[in-house]
Design a protein around this ligand. Sequence first.
Ligand code: BEZ
Length: 223
Amino acid sequence: MGNLRLGSTAPDFEAETTHGKIKFHDWAGDSWVVLFSHPDDFTPVCTTELGAASVNQGEFDKRNVKLIGLSANDVNSHNEWIKDINEISGGELKFPIIGDKDRSISTTYDMLDYQDATNVDAKGMPFTVRTVFVIDPAKKIRLTLAYPASTGRNFAEIIRVIDSLQMGDKYRITTPVNWQKGDKVIVHPSVKSGEEAEKLFPGYETVKPYLRFAADPSTRASA
Ligand code: BEZ
């Protein structure tokens, strides 16, 4: 994803959005952010995605996560399209969508589509792919995803990764394949087996010296 890697500082920018002009870092404040691009307004896959993001707003709120969408259309077009999204999803889209018609933010964040020759505007200029950046309150990029225009994303998976990241920031754990909140976690490799592990994760199980499971630590105060 260009020069933006996990751990990079998310570039700041000013933008027109459906909620007015913003300065990205100020707007983000102390929250986590999901910055996600979609190819174009009034398109079918994008309409289902934005509807799903909107219907899941409560799940993002619970995790202190702000959503912000982006495409290379103007804000007037976004505002018209949001009426359709709300009609189809049955929800009310509450997060801002950036109007990046000049593609300045898409270029900075390397969101433009160099693969799909159908994902272009009337002048043949590429639209964006389905990029996701999860950004933490320190403005560090913690997850990047890029899906093709033809494939809608899974917002439950984005929430799952945020749960893993937030738990990993708080406790010395990692999360296994297909993990869901409440499942057993993995004791971080930096935790020494024996006294240290037992103190942090009482009753932890050793499957291999390098694979140790523990109960969800969020129910314990001392982990
Ligand atoms: C869509 O959202 O359905 C879409 C947008 C651009 C290219 C292909 C599909």
